[in-house]
Design a protein around this ligand. Structure first.
Ligand SMILES: *Cc1c(COP(=O)(O)O)cnc(C)c1O
Length: 358
């Protein structure tokens, strides 16, 4: 029996993908082995690796000028690797900060190079993204970093920030492949796989090839050039996660690609926000224009009611609704794999909860 899974990450995966993994597990492609037992140096694994990269490139709309790396250490390690690799030789970077993950990204970047905050919404309690008029961009910056979706606050950029041609670097951990992007505006896109595209343990880094340079003075394992040269096989990669990313990409393509995902995600988010807005009992956290389609954050009239809501919801088969420990409240994560029927069931539960406790 599957539950309604609203976990923030690791999170729901598509049932058809899980069922396929289950069927293929003991004997993948008539090798008599599971993918976890294959050598990462085998011909068969090379195909899996290439399929996953191709799937991501097609779905992200990336040209041949790009490469996709499968690394470890999570998005959190990218907070350091990005500036370590890109801010050599006095290069500077600007960061647009509107929530918890962006704050971590800029804090790590400052340890590695000339990174500064070019806009922040701290004064707006992180309830929205910075306005274009609030940007203080350095025209000679190498990149502008932004967090496309702040997972904890539930605040998402409606589209790419306008930088006047400075390439974007994006932490897309919690909305990658959830909607189309304007790929030509980016130089690098990264994310942990465990929210929208696979299991934990694999980190995706898509990078423009002309940004990859050998940097002998940084640790070999932390240089993009090391992994790009060896097609993510410099050392043992997270093979199972890469295999699953390939399957998730196939699943997304079977449902109309990222445009199909966006339609599904908009329908789900609209249904939940409509319920939140229909009554004073529930209150959305984010400002309406910047509400996330992935992480819906909301409050109830008291912390007691919020705790009770989470408990009752779990009993009724709705998992993962407690907000992040740093902000409290409630959060429903509606990643690609979450079905509309789960959201409609949650809306029904919320109506009933309000009827009894409101
Ligand atoms: C979850 C998350 C992270 C942290 O990811 P790890 O893979 O756990 O390091 C970073 N940024 C965003 C936007 C996230 O949602």
């Amino acid at each position: 029996m599957r539950v309604h899974n609203f976990n923030a990450g690791p999170a729901a995966l598509p049932l058809p993908v899980l069922e396929r993994v289950q069927a293929e597990l003991p004997d993948l492609h008539h090798t008599g082995m599971s993918v976890m037992e294959w050598s990462h140096r085998s011909k068969q694994f090379e195909t899996i690796n290439q399929d996953a990269e191709n799937g991501l490139k097609r779905l992200l709309g990336l040209s041949e000028d790009w490469t996709v790396l499968f690394l470890q250490g999570g998005a959190s390690l990218q907070f350091s690797m990005v500036p370590m690799n890109l801010l050599q030789g006095g290069a500077k970077a600007d960061y647009l900060v509107h929530g918890s993950w962006g704050r971590k990204a800029i804090a790590e970047a400052k340890k590695e190079g000339a990174a500064r905050t070019a806009a922040s919404t701290e004064n707006a309690d992180w309830k929205r993204v910075p306005l274009q008029s609030e940007f203080d961009l350095n025209p000679s910056a190498k990149y502008v970093h932004f967090t496309s979706n702040e997972t904890i606050e539930g605040v998402q950029w409606p589209g790419e920030p306008e930088t006047g041609g400075i390439p974007l670097v994006c932490d897309a951990s919690s909305d990658i492949l959830s909607r189309p992007i304007a790929a030509e505006k980016y130089g690098l896109i990264y994310g942990g796989a465990q929210k929208n595209i696979g299991p934990s343990g694999v980190t995706v880094v898509a990078i423009r090839r002309d940004w990859i340079e050998p940097i002998p003075q940084i640790p070999t394992m932390l240089a993009y050039a090391t992994h790009a040269k060896e097609h993510s096989l410099y050392n043992t990669p997270p093979t199972f996660g890469i295999y699953m990313i390939g399957l998730v990409c196939e699943w997304i393509e079977s449902l109309g690609g990222v445009a199909g995902m966006q339609n599904r995600n908009t329908a789900k988010a609209n249904a939940l926000y409509a319920q939140i807005d229909s009554t004073d009992f529930y209150a959305g956290f984010a400002e309406k224009e910047n509400r996330s389609q992935m992480n819906i954050t909301f409050r109830l009239p008291s912390e007691e009611l919020e705790a009770w809501f989470a408990t009752e919801a779990t009993k009724a088969g709705f998992i993962g609704l407690k907000g992040h420990r740093s902000v409290g409240g409630l959060r429903a994560s509606l990643y690609n794999a979450v079905e509309l029927k789960s959201v409609m069931a949650l809306v029904e539960f919320m109506r009933e909860f309000e009827r009894v406790h409101g």
